[in-house]
Design a protein around this ligand. Structure first.
Ligand code: G6P
Ligand code: ZN
Length: 561
């Protein structure tokens, strides 16, 4: 049956401004009449002349409202002359898998339905993110263009009666406005699995994990009821032969089982607890859409994301992909602990410090200058795709373990002994009132950028910190020379310590203030201390300089990572 599109009059919704990672709002906001339709139309319009006949990937983390959003995208894409949609079965695709599929099949882009690590369900969050043809999150130029369009939209095109079964794998062809429109439903895991097999030595990993191995290395992987469940099952259980009790919470649920799908010590407390009381050698968790990871050793030994990045950097040669491609350069986001910088010096490769947000790594990778990068926000990845990749990070760690035959803790201790240790902690003050938080940041910026601030001495608990430099971080992309401003207030001290204040770009309500603290110790007596204790005086200095407590009324952070 031939279909015809119609034009539906709409009205502008304020605030459809994509943040660090797409448009993220409460489900109820997306459910407003025409709200989701408007945003999808604006994404498509922003594609411009390449839209007609193009192919886009679509999928998400399985959260509440995901299937409804897929159906809206099908109807609007059909009406706008898109040639084909490649959709994960049941609407499920992890963020790394979307990036993989865009690149593998040379698609124009992809639409990812996720609010990442934010809770899901009718009273929680939903999100829509657009990735471009390199497989990475749309750069600021494109998200700004989408936003501009949302402020002017008057109508959208849709084929209201076109429906497609997204639960069965297969190719569906429709005639829309006299042209073919194809919807292909694909297996959610196949392409990603094939990519992982091309990067890692699966037989070697199987030898490490398999229930039949002489002394199996016992892993506990927790998918937090997010999208990684089917990927974990196929890769770790079916392919690598890990015993069935190696994976938990591997059924994606629309509300993540009521949990907060963010892999950190607070929200993955059940993983921490299980590792403490049993004898697993390794633990890992992923966020809702599968791009974040947390790695733990036996007895829940915690590897900070900043250390994880540095350690992987120092061991890339244990991974076949890098043996073949070489190491082109490494990078971290500005607030991320600087342990990787020391590895870069050893490897004699370039190191880049970019603003928070995975999109800033993309240009460097496309230009062949970046192999490995990571962020303190539990993101680790490489140039195999253009998103951070949780499962990749775990396979990378297991490759290092298989090659070195060391425990996670031993690998970390050896790393600190060689390079010194960058202690790192992040304090989050979530959902503060927006106005006072903004004022605090303004006042703080004023204070730290006064010339007299340099040289100021702070004493706290017997430690002395002397300001060496301070600024509001700004980044010039070395490839396209675009400038990104206002990326966090930095205070650098002469002993190598740093304090950074940033407002989160991913929250869906209120303001979240992040305070990042880092200090460096190289002597062997100072590298095995408790990070929170080591950093407490520095954090006190930060709280004093910023007056955070009096601006926000908060005496304690909501989360410490
Ligand atoms: C998302 C992005 C990351 C980024 C993080 C920052 O997860 O994918 O690349 O590091 O957001 O979040 P924030 O809340 O600190 O802006
Ligand atoms: Zn995520």
């Amino acid at each position: 049956m031939p279909f015809e599109s119609i034009l539906v009059p709409s009205r502008v919704y304020e605030g459809q401004k994509p943040g660090t990672s797409g448009l993220r709002k409460a489900v109820k906001v997306f459910q407003q009449e025409n709200y989701t339709e408007n945003f999808v139309q604006c994404i498509l319009t922003a594609i411009g002349p390449k839209l007609k006949g193009c192919t886009l990937a679509v999928g998400g983390d399985g959260r509440f409202f995901g299937k409804e959003a897929v159906n809206i995208i099908i109807k609007i894409a059909a009406a706008n002359g898109v040639g084909k949609l490649v959709i994960g079965q049941h609407g499920i695709l992890s963020t790394p898998a979307v990036s993989c599929i865009i690149r593998k099949y040379k698609l124009t882009g992809g639409i990812i339905l996720t609010a990442s690590h934010n809770p899901g369900g009718p009273d929680n969050d939903f999100g829509i993110k657009y990735n471009t043809e390199n497989g990475g999150p749309a750069p600021d130029g494109i998200t700004n263009a989408i936003y501009q369009l949302t402020t002017q939209i008057e109508n959208y095109s849709i084929v209201p009666n076109l429906t497609c079964d997204i639960d069965n794998i297969g190719v569906n062809t429709f005639e829309v406005n006299g042209k073919d429109f194809v919807v292909e439903i694909i297996d959610s895991v196949d392409d990603y699995l094939e990519l992982m097999k091309s990067i890692f030595d699966f037989p070697k990993l199987k030898n490490l994990l398999s229930a039949n191995a002489a002394k199996p290395f016992r892993v506990l992987i927790n998918s937090m009821h997010g999208v990684t469940g089917p990927y974990v099952k196929r890769i770790f259980l079916d392919q690598l032969g890990a015993p069935l009790n190696s994976a938990v919470k591997i059924t994606p649920l629309p509300d993540f089982g009521g949990g907060h799908p963010d892999p950190n010590l607070t929200y993955a407390a059940d993983l921490v607890e299980q590792l403490r009381k049993s004898n697993f050698d390794f633990g890992a968790a992923f966020d809702g859409d599968g791009d974040r990871n947390m790695v733990l050793g036996a007895k829940a030994f915690f590897v900070t994301p900043s250390d994880s990045l540095a350690i992987l950097g120092n061991h890339l040669n244990d991974i076949p992909y890098f043996q073949k491609s070489g190491i082109k350069g490494v990078a971290r986001s500005m607030p991320t602990g600087a342990a990787i910088d020391k590895v870069a010096t050893k490897l004699k490769v370039e190191i880049f410090e970019v603003p928070t947000g995975w999109k800033y790594f993309g240009n460097l990778m496309d230009a062949g200058r970046l192999s490995l990068c990571g962020e303190e926000s539990f993101g680790t990845g490489s140039d195999h795709i253009r998103e951070k990749d949780g499962i990749w990070a775990v396979l990378a760690w297991l490759s290092v373990i298989a090659s070195t035959s060391k425990s996670v803790e031993q690998i970390c201790c050896d790393h600190w002994a060689e390079f010194g240790r960058n202690y790192f902690a992040r304090y989050d003050y979530e959902n503060c009132e927006t106005e006072p938080s903004n004022v605090m940041m303004k006042e703080l910026e004023k204070k730290i950028t006064e010339a007299s601030f340099v040289g100021t001495k702070f004493e706290e608990a017997g430690k002395t910190f002397v300001v060496e430099a301070a600024d509001n971080f700004q980044y010039t992309d070395p490839i396209d020379e675009s400038i990104t401003k206002n990326q966090g207030l930095r205070i650098l001290f002469s002993n190598g310590a740093r304090l950074i204040f940033r407002l989160s770009g991913t929250g869906s309500s209120g303001a979240t203030i992040r305070l990042y603290a880092e200090s460096y110790e190289s002597s062997s007596e100072q590298i095995n201390l408790n990070a929170q204790e080591v950093l407490r005086p520095l954090i006190q200095v930060g709280l004093k300089i910023s007056q955070l407590q009096s601006f926000t009324g908060r005496t304690e952070p909501t989360v410490i990572t």
